[in-house]
Write a new protein. Structure first.
Length: 289
């Protein structure tokens, strides 16, 4: 069953962009994420108690808090804020899918991983396929702005840093308890942001509540736990490469839920992404001793 984990992860993770688009008309980005974490943190605490997960050291808790700030705080916050200021969901997913390239570069620096020429080629082809998919859905729904690009840059750097830190320093930390500390740290961040730079107001309705429930159960529980599992049990570069599949699937969901236009380029680019992943997947990274 473990071979299907990346596929399930990609399908679930891609719904985060669509969830943001559904929910942001009714709440500001950091306020929406604050309520998400307000629900998630107690639920994870209950799961830890019920499953009697072992404790972790203060150092490990601090590292998990940092990872949480980077992945669940600055990454999610940057993505949601960028969409809220008009950045199209397709372009947003494409921009943050640069993650595999940055992970490959910094894995060599921090994890002493040697990336082969074939792996570099697969990374390049994957990004090219993503670009073709997004170009095929060329009618952006929002306005590309410097503020939006800046927010996405913060998000991109944050998820890269969070992935590398988790891989290097948190190999032996339990997924459930570790995620609880991650979400707790991001909750503190969103509480501060929501009540300092936002109004904190929410238009509570069925659409917002359903979107919030989806983000909590599917994204915060299922998708994030799968991501942490893959990081702990796989090479950082290989895990990051699966993010290339997110934009094509996001575009398909945009067509399904928001009637966004598709073209033949969507299928060409999607096929190139799949080929790139198949090309890079069997390889084993070498490590400097």
């Amino acid at each position: 069953m473990t071979r299907f984990i990346p596929i399930i992860f990609v399908l679930l993770w891609s719904t985060g962009f669509i969830g943001a688009k559904f929910g942001l008309p009714y709440a500001e980005p950091f306020t929406m994420l604050m309520w998400r974490m307000i629900i998630v943190v107690p639920l994870f605490f209950l799961v830890v108690l019920i499953m009697k997960r072992p404790g972790i050291s203060g150092k490990d808790a601090a590292i998990q808090g940092l990872v949480g700030l980077l992945i669940h705080g600055f990454y999610l916050g940057g993505v949601f804020a960028a969409i809220s200021v008009g950045m199209p969901t397709g372009l947003t997913s494409l921009y943050v899918s640069l993650n595999p390239i940055l992970i490959a570069i910094f894995s060599g620096i921090f994890l002493h991983t040697i990336i082969t020429k074939r792996e570099w080629l697969s990374l390049f082809l994957g990004f090219l396929g993503v670009a073709i998919v997004i170009y095929g859905a060329s009618k952006w729904e929002g306005v590309i702005s410097a503020k939006g690009i800046a927010l996405l840059t913060v998000a991109l750097i944050s998820i890269c840093a969070g992935t590398l830190i988790q891989k290097k320093y948190a190999q032996n930390v339990g997924l459930i308890r570790g995620s609880m500390y991650q979400y707790a740290a991001s909750l503190i961040l969103y509480l501060i942001l929501s009540f300092t730079i936002e109004t904190g107001e929410v238009e509570w309705n069925l659409t917002f509540i359903a979107t919030l429930a989806w983000l909590v159960i599917v994204l915060s529980f299922a998708a994030v736990l799968l991501l942490m599992y893959m990081i702990q049990n796989g090479e950082a570069t290989k895990v990051a490469s699966y993010f290339y599949l997110v934009p094509p699937i996001t575009v398909l969901q945009g067509w399904l839920f928001f009637d966004e236009q598709l073209s033949w380029l969507t299928f060409v680019g999607g096929g190139l992404v799949v080929f790139a992943l198949m090309m890079g997947r069997p390889l084993k990274a070498k490590t400097n001793k």
